[in-house]
Unconditional design. Structure first.
Length: 352
């Protein structure tokens, strides 16, 4: 048994719809996942991401559409008929079984011999770096250790696809950071096609090869972490992933004017004119003097460890957040220079 025993496949999700009664949870979802890719479904609670994962696993059946692992149509198959490993949010370990018995459970269902089971469980325990725990019970382990056991149980059956449903949400913040790094390292080592569900934007940006951002059953954007953060295709993505400023106003060849009448000097693209929304990240503006500077007043501040985030009032109807390393005070007048911005349609929220 070695890491090459796992054979990964690409995944094709085409026109997937899923309804529960009259409630449509997934709406024409189309996603292509490459062989060996770490792909994340990102969205808030109730957006449809876990329902899609359960359809991939076979716990739910799509109302329409197809799901293929390579050339194999698996959309209507049951979980035990698919070659997948599933890691649940609550670990789902058998409390009355030892670690060895938990990991070996799927192998016994597959009628593996005792010698094969012993070898494969040892491989899985070594893989997750938890020696000498095979005889313990789940309640004798920490949350992080239990999650490792759940991952080992999913991988020991040599699945073509690994599915993880918010696997770190029950862990404390520091352990979550370590575990997500461990999961990514393990996935890279095995080269297994992985679909990961989370509502945590930072988690998704750190560990994913590609991300699909969901809202109300619709895929809003698919892209690399850099594309999702730096090049959002609509206002929802810009607002959901990271922090963004949104300023209503009017764009012209001369720049952008807020509804309150403040001019924001910026080289507005020729395709952007009239009523729209200017958007920028707090780190895309600097507090600095210059010919294109905008005057404002600090009305609030937040210490971030590596610096401060300041809320700057530009006019009666417009406040924006900016980042700055130095200590300033409420009531200070500052000059703000905008380095990078994007524009959205004021009505539809679509990127202009």
């Amino acid at each position: 048994m070695n890491q090459t025993a796992i054979t990964s496949v690409p995944m094709h999700i085409q026109n997937i719809c899923k309804s529960f009664g009259d409630h449509e949870v997934l709406k024409q979802v189309n996603i292509e996942i490459q062989k060996g890719e770490f792909f994340t479904l990102l969205g808030s609670s109730g957006c449809g991401k876990t329902t899609l994962l359960r359809c991939i696993a076979g716990f739910e059946k799509p109302t329409s559409g197809t799901i293929r692992f390579g050339d194999w149509d698996v959309g209507l198959l049951n979980p035990w008929e698919k070659d997948v490993g599933f890691v649940f949010q609550n670990y789902a370990l058998w409390p009355h079984k030892t670690v060895f018995e938990n990991i070996a459970y799927g192998l016994k269902l597959r009628k593996k011999s005792k010698a094969e089971i012993d070898e494969m469980v040892r491989w899985a325990v070594d893989l997750i770096d938890l020696p000498d725990v095979e005889s313990r019970y789940p309640n004798q382990l920490s949350g992080g250790q239990q999650q490792r056991i759940a991952i080992a149980r999913a991988l020991v059956i040599e699945p073509q696809v690994l599915l993880l449903d918010e696997p770190l949400s029950n862990l404390d913040a520091k352990l979550r950071i370590k575990m997500r790094q461990d999961i990514k390292n393990l996935q890279k080592k095995l080269g297994i096609t992985t679909v990961y569900v989370t509502h945590d934007q930072e988690e998704a940006l750190e560990i994913s090869d590609h991300i699909a951002v969901f809202s109300e059953g619709v895929v809003q954007q698919i892209g690399s972490p850099e594309e999702i953060y730096e090049d959002p295709q609509n206002r929802f993505v810009a607002n959901f992933v990271g922090k963004s400023n949104f300023v209503d106003g009017t764009a012209s060849a001369d720049g952008f004017r807020t509804l309150g009448g403040t001019d924001i000097p910026y080289n507005v693209p020729a395709s952007v004119r009239g009523a729209c929304v200017l958007s920028f990240r707090p780190e895309s503006a600097v507090l600095s003097e210059g010919p294109n500077a905008i005057q404002g007043e600090i009305v609030d501040s937040f210490y971030r460890g590596t610096g401060y985030q300041y809320i700057v009032q530009l006019d009666a109807g417009c406040r924006v957040a900016v980042e700055h390393a130095g200590k300033l005070h409420t009531g200070d007048t500052v000059s703000l220079v905008l380095n990078q911005a994007i524009f959205f349609d004021a009505k539809t929220g679509v990127r202009l």
